[in-house]
Structures are given as C-alpha cells and as structure tokens.
Design a protein around this ligand. Structure first.
Ligand SMILES: [Zn+2]
Length: 319
C-alpha cells in the first residue's frame, strides 16, 4: 500500500507527527475526506510510522517492519474493507478485525487496524466495532476512513479522534493534476470530481473525460432534435452510470443560468452548451427532471437489481 502525504495533507500530517512524538495519538483515529483526496495513502503513512521499529514521527523506510509494510505483508497491519466496490463492510470482516486487535503483535510492537469505508458498516458491524473501541486493547491502533461522518453510527464517531483535512483550493488541485499528467486540464474536470485531485487525475487516466464529452454532446443533441435517446442511454451505461452524476451537475448548472447566475458552475468550460440548453428548456421542467434524476440515482445505488437502462430511458423520455 502506498504510504504518502500529498501537499494538501501537510497540516494534518504535522499534527499527527506532533502527537506521535508526544505519545499522545488517540487509539482510534477517524479521517473524513472525499473520495479521491488521498486519505488512504495518508493513513498508510500513519500506520507505517506507528509500526516502524526506528522512527517515531516518520517511518525509517529500512527496518524489517517498514520492508514488510512496503511488501504488503506486515503481519501486524490489518486492512478491513468491503469485499467489492459499492458493497457493505460486513460484520464478519469487523469480527475478524476485533480478533486481530486482541492478538499479540507478531513483531513485538504495535498493531494497526485500518477500517476503510467505515460509513458502509451495517448496524451489526458498527456495534461489533464499537465494543472494541470502547475497551481498546493495549498497543493497538485503529484508523477509520470515511467519506462522510454523517453516514456513520454516532456512537462510533464519538469514540474516535476526528480529523477532517482541508481540501486544496481548486486552482492548486488543477495545477497538481497538470503537473502529474504533463498536460493542461480544464477547471471543470476538477469541479466534476468535487475538487479531489486524485479523483480528477483518475478521471483523465481512465478515459472518463472523453466519455463525459460524448455524453454531453449526445444529451444536447437529444434535447435539441428529440432524437438519439439510445445514444444517451448508452453513453450513461458506458460511464458506469457516473454519467448520471454528470447530468445532475449539468442540469443544476442550467438551472443556475436560468436564474441569472453564471457563478460557481460545475461545467465552467462548457458555458455555450449550458446557455443553449437554458434557452431551450422550461425552467420548471429542468427542476422537475433534476429532482427525478437525483431520486433515480439514489434508487439505482440502493437496489442493484433494477433495470437501469429502462429507468434511464424512461427518465429521458420525460423531457
Ligand atoms: Zn522503519
């Protein structure tokens, strides 16, 4: 696992280093940050430091522990996460974590249990973890990661030392992505990815930028001449349904323009498209379709068995 501190995490990392130096780091650290902001890498650095045999405030990189960590084979580091993307973090996974927590360290030092997607614990899993957090075993650290503390059981949150790093300014994020990719990146890519630099970089790396462009063009064409509903649906399916979020941003942008503001548009590099849509569609219809889209998104996430293509086509035909 890559252990790294990105520039926008410097402040929080210095705070943790100070606490580590004073042996005052809480046994349960909860880190809340958006997807694609690099929190996994930061938490890996914390875990590696805690486990290092030489360093106190940063890993030495050369001891046996650091080498095992880099090879992803450290016996005292346990990474708990959902079995698949979008799935819940099951009670069995948490119970296994609890078992590790009470075992003796194999390297005669600390143990670290990293809980990724802590907001995806069901009630049984959250309660199982809560028990261990309430009676923390000696020499055992928990690091919990979440995209939102609001979706977690409040009793679990209250047992943790909470950290919420500041996100980088969007121009700083843009420059960082550009320096990584050696190419210029439109500001709207940063905004579509909610300002998270790694998410914006991945968006370009995995070809989502061209999928996004294709969807916008198919959608605009459909709204203009009422043809090509299949192309729009196909573009959304090809984007692994991320396209639904892109269209949600787009309709909100259109609505803003209809209400007379051109500020804080997500699609700030596609203003011409936005203006032409704003002129074509009645404001009431945009609002109604935006609300229906957000509802549809939530339903498709919750019930994986639904016929997404059919529901998306139905939503499109309501325009
Ligand atoms: Zn070391």
């Amino acid at each position: 696992m890559l252990a790294k501190v990105y520039p926008w995490h410097n402040e929080i990392w210095h705070n943790w280093q100070q606490l580590l130096g004073q042996e005052r780091l809480h046994h349960a650290v909860l880190l809340s940050a958006p997807k694609g902001s690099g929190k996994l890498e930061l938490s890996a650095l914390l875990a590696k430091t805690i486990l290092c045999k030489n360093g106190t405030t940063e890993p030495c990189g050369t001891c046996h522990s650091c080498q095992l960590f880099d090879a992803d084979t450290h016996p005292d580091f346990h990474w708990l996460r959902p079995e698949a993307e979008g799935k819940q973090l099951g009670v069995d996974v948490i119970r296994a974590g609890n078992k590790y927590a009470w075992e003796t360290s194999q390297l005669g030092g600390q143990r670290v249990i990293l809980v990724q997607n802590a907001d995806r614990m069901g009630e049984a899993a959250a309660n199982a973890l809560l028990k261990t957090l309430e009676e923390p075993p000696a020499n055992c650290h928990f690091i919990l990661l979440t995209e939102s503390m609001d979706s977690m059981l409040p009793t679990v949150v209250s047992r943790c030392n909470k950290w919420k790093p500041k996100m980088p300014d969007e121009l700083v994020a843009k420059r960082w992505v550009e320096s990584e990719l050696f190419e210029s990146v439109p500001l709207q890519v940063i905004r579509i990815n909610r300002g998270a630099p790694l998410a914006a970089k991945a968006f370009i790396d995995k070809g989502s930028a061209s999928k996004h462009e294709a969807l916008l063009s198919a959608f605009t064409k459909y709204l203009t001449d009422k043809q090509g509903i299949f192309n729009v649906t196909e573009s959304i399916v090809k984007s692994d349904r991320e396209g639904l979020q892109w269209l949600s941003f787009l309709l909100l942008d259109v609505l803003k323009i209809q209400q007379g503001t051109h500020e804080a548009l997500v699609h700030c590099d596609s203003e011409k498209t936005l203006v032409s849509l704003a002129e074509k569609l009645p404001q009431g219809k945009v609002l109604q379709q935006l609300m229906a889209l957000n509802k549809l998104k939530a339903e498709l996430t919750k019930h994986t068995g639904l016929n997404g293509e059919l529901l998306i086509s139905r939503w499109l035909s309501d325009f």
